[in-house]
Design a protein around this ligand. Structure first.
Ligand code: GUN
Ligand code: FE
Length: 442
């Protein structure tokens, strides 16, 4: 890989475990330069200070007056749900049975998984998202497909084969043995292969027998540093079902605790209806709660309590949850997050939101040391943002005075039209108005 530089307004957040309150710790450079070498950020500073030392043949992409920040991180979404977004009229358990499970059975066909992987990754890049943590289906081929396409583009991605052995259509069920063996084979092939990492992925307690949770516990014990992803306390009907299925358990979280799944880099989607005990247990283990606002609104699941999470010291991310979620855009996701919190008389200022989309989500998935910041030594995953991309944005921005306001309006009114370009490991992988560029052939 060569050397290149990006000239723009530069914005970055510093790792700030457990999130930020009002504002947080950021660095902003009005006329900045980001120097990239071999896929890593080599230097960040004032253009005036860095340009004289730049090699004469170093290409400089001049993006002024656009804003460059770290590529967005989406810590919870589903590869096989791009064609169930906006399925009408149900809440969680019926939505799964009526729309989602039948759709996921199609992913036994590699051609279906390949087409979905190409679509999803391209759509994420069009929205400025450079890293995601993804549930595939119970078919190992769906993970093969997702990782193959991620590697071709050069993305840092985390994904896993869903394990589920009850309460779903036969065609989606594995067994404790098969779930374990298929996960292990995928780990051997993909985990740590370039920028890819495997996530141990029991779908959620209702779709695993205790025998499968035991096998999952064994797998997790073999890989103590590996991501775990599942769902927790999303919907009151779901929670009642868990109480029925696991009568010995004092609450939902205790099921996952019993099987050794509550730990660092364990990502729990939703976490809406947690008790204080559960919040404390998740926090103490260093686990992560993932707030999925568009999904929680669309499925009528409830309102995430961010202040309680902060209070408990519980690490929190924010994610799209495609396809319970309804937008691929992390800008829209933050905007809907703000509205959910507003209903709780809580808040999410502009800087806190952009912190969450970048360094915060990176930290939430255990990657706060390599992505999520525009800083030397970090991987050069970047997004270039046009805060004036639409007539409505231009009109509104006329009355904006501070960077904080500009960011807040961008998240509230912005979408994929504000994504000028996206870089992964220093390569331009999306340019607005084109079909994606600088990619190796398929
Ligand atoms: N809980 C278990 N599976 C799912 C899923 O696919 N989507 C959502 N939103 N919740 C779940
Ligand atoms: Fe989900």
């Amino acid at each position: 890989g060569g050397t290149l530089a990006i000239r723009a307004r530069v914005l970055t957040y510093h790792a700030h475990p457990l999130g930020v309150g009002e504002g947080g710790s950021h660095r902003y450079i009005e006329d900045g330069l980001v120097v990239i070498s071999d896929g890593l950020i080599e230097a960040v500073g004032e253009a005036g200070a860095l340009l004289p030392d730049l090699a004469l043949d170093c290409p400089v992409a001049d993006y002024r007056p656009f804003l460059v920040t770290a590529g967005f991180v989406d810590p919870h979404l589903h590869l096989p749900q791009t064609q169930v977004v906006g399925s009408y009229g149900t809440e969680l358990m019926e939505w799964l049975q009526r729309y989602t499970f039948p759709e996921e059975t199609r992913y036994g066909d590699p051609a279906v998984a390949d087409a979905a992987s190409r679509f999803l990754l391209h759509e994420l890049l069009r929205n400025g998202t450079t890293t995601a943590v993804a549930f595939c289906t119970s078919h190992p081929q769906s993970v093969e497909s997702f990782f193959t396409e991620s590697q071709r583009i050069g993305l840092r991605m985390v994904a896993g084969k869903v394990m589920m052995d009850r309460n779903a259509p036969e065609a989606l069920l594995d067994t404790p043995r098969r779930g374990y063996d298929e996960s292990k084979a995928l780990i051997a092939r993909w985990h740590g292969n370039g920028r890819l990492a495997y996530a141990i992925s029991p779908r959620f307690a209702p779709t695993s027998t205790e025998a499968q949770l035991e096998a999952t516990q064994a797998l997790a014990a073999e890989y103590p540093a590996m991501h775990v992803q599942t769902h927790l306390c999303e919907n009151t009907g779901e929670i009642a079902f868990v109480a029925e299925l696991f009568p010995w358990s004092k609450d939902y979280t205790a099921v996952y605790e019993r099987y050794g799944l509550v730990r660092r880099k364990a990502l729990f989607g939703h976490c809406i209806h947690l008790s204080e005990r559960e919040r404390g247990a998740l926090a103490e283990a260093g686990a992560t709660a993932v707030f999925c606002p568009t999904s929680n609104l669309f499925l009528g699941s409830g309102l995430f309590d961010r202040d309680a999470a902060l209070e408990a010291g519980l690490r929190t991310g924010i994610a799209t949850d495609i396809g319970g979620g309804t937008s691929y855009s992390m800008l829209t996701t933050a905007a809907e997050g703000y509205k959910v919190l507003a209903l709780r008389r809580q808040t999410l200022p502009g800087h806190a939101a952009f912190y969450m989309l970048t360094a915060g989500n990176a930290d939430a998935i255990g990657y706060g040391d390599r992505i999520g910041q525009v800083a030397p030594g970090f991987e050069a995953d970047l997004v270039v943002l046009d805060t004036h991309a639409t007539p409505a944005l231009r009109r509104r921005m006329e009355r904006v005075e501070t960077l904080e306001e500009e960011l807040f309006v961008l998240m509230t009114m912005g979408d994929d039209r504000s994504i000028v370009s996206t870089y992964a490991a220093g390569r331009k992988v999306h340019a607005r108005g084109t079909g994606g560029i600088d990619l190796p052939p398929r």
